[in-house]
Design a protein around this ligand. Structure first.
Ligand code: ZN
Length: 293
């Protein structure tokens, strides 16, 4: 069966068709504009190759509770035109099963089925780019709880040598406010990928390590996968690993932490983790549809 997948971001949507094994057949990027225009372009992409099910990894906040009448509906968002938009309603005319989770949970699922978390049921996936998002996998399922975790918004203490107050409009100095790509750009006045000095990357690694230390204490993950544009700079893995161990200060001692290079790792699907996870969500949609029959 042909599956459809959407990785819905605030600036662009990645749309693909693929199969049950997560193989991508056709993929394109569509600029995120108004819901009407964007959905129209997505439907044009599928065209005659109508998929048998659709999986969507969407920017949040989005209702991911399948038992809710609001399942697939976006909540209050700074992307005003998308507030209250329902993914399920928008594609209901296709008459196919639809499954919706967050973009970061979709990426975690992608890493679980085909990437660097295959066989690991409890891990976290962190993306650090335009925003900071965290997908928590527990027993092979993404943690949802009352809505879904927003662990990119945990408050972090500002370093004594960092006069930057943070840019999150809600919390100022949360993880995203201090360490997202836009935060780095605001702090240093240039795009992160153009930063060549060591100092800024040390500061960035420090905030990432502080957040990871808290996730380790809270979720006890067996692996931590880091993705997103800021991580792709390639300058962060070594200092992050070192600083995580420093902050843990031997308080937790496990075989995983002893092999820190295999514990904190990059994403394994080179940017395709989100869309791969969305394909898997489409497969889930079929399974759940059958269960409900
Ligand atoms: Zn925040």
């Amino acid at each position: 069966m042909l599956f459809g997948a959407i990785e819905a971001g605030g600036t662009k949507m990645v749309v693909a068709t693929g199969d049950e094994y997560g193989n991508i057949f056709k993929k394109t990027e569509i600029k995120t504009t108004t819901p009407e225009e964007t959905v129209g372009h997505i439907k044009d992409f599928f065209g005659k190759n109508r998929p048998g099910a659709l999986g969507i990894g969407a920017f949040g906040p989005v209702c991911v509770d399948e038992n809710s009448s609001d399942y697939g509906r976006i909540g209050k968002t700074p992307k005003l035109k998308w507030t209250d938009f329902s993914w399920k309603e928008a594609f209901s005319d296709m008459g196919i099963p639809i499954s919706v989770d967050t973009d970061v949970n979709a990426a975690a699922i992608g890493e679980y089925v085909r990437g660097n978390a295959v066989g690991i049921d409890d891990f976290i996936y962190i993306t650090i780019g335009t925003g900071v998002g965290v997908g928590v996998m527990l027993n092979g399922e993404p943690l949802h709880g009352m809505l879904h975790p927003e662990a990119g918004h945990i408050l972090l203490p500002i370093n004594a040598d960092d006069g930057f107050p943070g840019i999150c409009p809600y919390h100022q100095n949360c993880f995203e406010g201090l360490a997202s790509g836009p935060a780095m750009k605001k702090r240093y006045g240039i795009e992160p990928y153009l930063i060549t000095e060591k100092g800024p990357w040390e500061t960035e690694a420090d905030y990432i390590a502080k957040a990871i230390m808290q996730y380790i204490c809270c979720y006890s993950p067996k692996r931590i996968i880091l993705g997103g544009g800021v991580m792709n700079s390639g300058r962060l893995f070594d200092p992050v690993r070192k600083k995580v161990l420093t902050y843990l200060n031997d308080y937790i001692s496990t075989k995983e932490l002893l092999d820190i290079d295999s514990y904190i790792v990059p994403a394994g699907l080179s940017g395709d983790q989100g869309i791969t996870g969305a394909l898997h969500l489409a497969q889930n949609a079929i399974r759940k549809d059958k269960e409900n029959e």
